[in-house]
Write a new protein. Structure first.
Length: 114
Protein backbone atom coordinates (compact mmCIF):
# COMPACT_ATOMS: atom_id res chain seq x y z
CA UNK A 1 0.00 0.00 0.00
CA UNK A 2 1.42 3.42 -0.86
CA UNK A 3 2.52 5.71 1.92
CA UNK A 4 -0.12 8.24 2.96
CA UNK A 5 1.19 11.77 3.12
CA UNK A 6 -0.40 14.26 5.50
CA UNK A 7 -1.67 17.78 4.84
CA UNK A 8 -0.65 21.16 6.24
CA UNK A 9 -3.73 21.13 8.49
CA UNK A 10 -2.76 17.77 10.01
CA UNK A 11 0.85 18.91 10.56
CA UNK A 12 -0.38 22.08 12.25
CA UNK A 13 -2.50 19.96 14.60
CA UNK A 14 0.40 17.58 15.35
CA UNK A 15 2.91 20.32 16.08
CA UNK A 16 0.42 22.74 17.66
CA UNK A 17 1.37 25.72 15.50
CA UNK A 18 -0.66 27.72 12.93
CA UNK A 19 -0.79 26.75 9.25
CA UNK A 20 0.86 30.00 8.22
CA UNK A 21 3.87 29.16 10.42
CA UNK A 22 4.03 25.70 8.81
CA UNK A 23 4.19 27.30 5.35
CA UNK A 24 6.92 29.68 6.55
CA UNK A 25 8.96 26.76 7.91
CA UNK A 26 8.60 24.94 4.58
CA UNK A 27 9.62 28.05 2.63
CA UNK A 28 12.71 28.53 4.80
CA UNK A 29 13.69 24.85 4.47
CA UNK A 30 13.37 24.09 8.18
CA UNK A 31 10.52 21.62 7.67
CA UNK A 32 10.85 18.93 4.97
CA UNK A 33 7.85 18.88 2.63
CA UNK A 34 6.93 17.43 -0.75
CA UNK A 35 4.91 18.97 -3.53
CA UNK A 36 2.30 16.69 -5.02
CA UNK A 37 1.04 17.58 -8.46
CA UNK A 38 3.25 20.66 -8.43
CA UNK A 39 1.10 22.67 -6.00
CA UNK A 40 -0.10 20.65 -3.00
CA UNK A 41 2.29 20.55 -0.02
CA UNK A 42 2.35 17.22 1.80
CA UNK A 43 4.46 15.77 4.60
CA UNK A 44 5.61 12.34 5.74
CA UNK A 45 4.12 11.46 9.11
CA UNK A 46 7.38 9.88 10.32
CA UNK A 47 9.36 13.07 9.67
CA UNK A 48 6.78 15.25 11.41
CA UNK A 49 6.68 12.88 14.40
CA UNK A 50 10.50 12.99 14.61
CA UNK A 51 10.44 16.80 14.58
CA UNK A 52 7.72 16.77 17.21
CA UNK A 53 9.83 14.50 19.45
CA UNK A 54 12.86 16.74 18.91
CA UNK A 55 10.86 19.81 19.95
CA UNK A 56 9.55 18.04 23.05
CA UNK A 57 13.05 16.88 24.01
CA UNK A 58 14.46 20.39 23.63
CA UNK A 59 11.62 21.89 25.66
CA UNK A 60 12.09 19.29 28.41
CA UNK A 61 15.85 19.88 28.58
CA UNK A 62 15.73 23.68 28.68
CA UNK A 63 16.87 25.58 31.73
CA UNK A 64 14.46 27.31 34.12
CA UNK A 65 12.24 30.05 32.69
CA UNK A 66 14.27 32.81 34.36
CA UNK A 67 17.29 31.93 32.20
CA UNK A 68 17.33 32.98 28.52
CA UNK A 69 15.86 30.27 26.32
CA UNK A 70 17.64 28.73 23.38
CA UNK A 71 15.77 29.15 20.11
CA UNK A 72 14.59 25.84 18.67
CA UNK A 73 15.80 25.35 15.13
CA UNK A 74 14.44 22.45 13.14
CA UNK A 75 17.03 20.99 10.81
CA UNK A 76 15.82 19.81 7.39
CA UNK A 77 16.30 16.18 6.48
CA UNK A 78 17.91 14.92 3.30
CA UNK A 79 16.18 15.96 0.08
CA UNK A 80 13.67 13.39 -1.16
CA UNK A 81 14.10 12.64 -4.82
CA UNK A 82 10.90 11.65 -6.57
CA UNK A 83 10.85 9.53 -9.67
CA UNK A 84 8.26 9.93 -12.40
CA UNK A 85 6.65 6.72 -11.19
CA UNK A 86 6.18 8.28 -7.71
CA UNK A 87 4.72 11.44 -9.20
CA UNK A 88 2.24 9.49 -11.32
CA UNK A 89 1.26 7.33 -8.34
CA UNK A 90 0.73 10.46 -6.20
CA UNK A 91 -1.32 12.06 -8.98
CA UNK A 92 -3.71 9.09 -9.08
CA UNK A 93 -3.75 8.83 -5.28
CA UNK A 94 -4.81 12.45 -4.75
CA UNK A 95 -7.07 12.78 -7.82
CA UNK A 96 -8.81 9.38 -7.86
CA UNK A 97 -12.22 10.88 -7.07
CA UNK A 98 -12.03 13.37 -9.95
CA UNK A 99 -10.82 10.73 -12.38
CA UNK A 100 -13.65 8.39 -11.38
CA UNK A 101 -16.22 11.19 -11.80
CA UNK A 102 -14.83 12.06 -15.23
CA UNK A 103 -15.00 8.40 -16.27
CA UNK A 104 -18.59 8.00 -15.10
CA UNK A 105 -19.56 11.24 -16.86
CA UNK A 106 -18.02 10.03 -20.12
CA UNK A 107 -19.85 6.70 -19.88
CA UNK A 108 -23.18 8.47 -19.24
CA UNK A 109 -22.59 10.85 -22.16
CA UNK A 110 -21.71 7.88 -24.39
CA UNK A 111 -25.03 6.19 -23.64
CA UNK A 112 -26.99 9.42 -24.01
CA UNK A 113 -25.60 10.30 -27.44
CA UNK A 114 -25.46 6.83 -29.00
Amino acid sequence: MPEKLITVKEVAALLGIPRTKIRELVASGELPAYKVGGKFIRFRREQVEAIRQEIRARIASTTPISAPREEIKILPEAEYSESYRDRIRDFFYFNDFYLACAGITLIILFFIFT
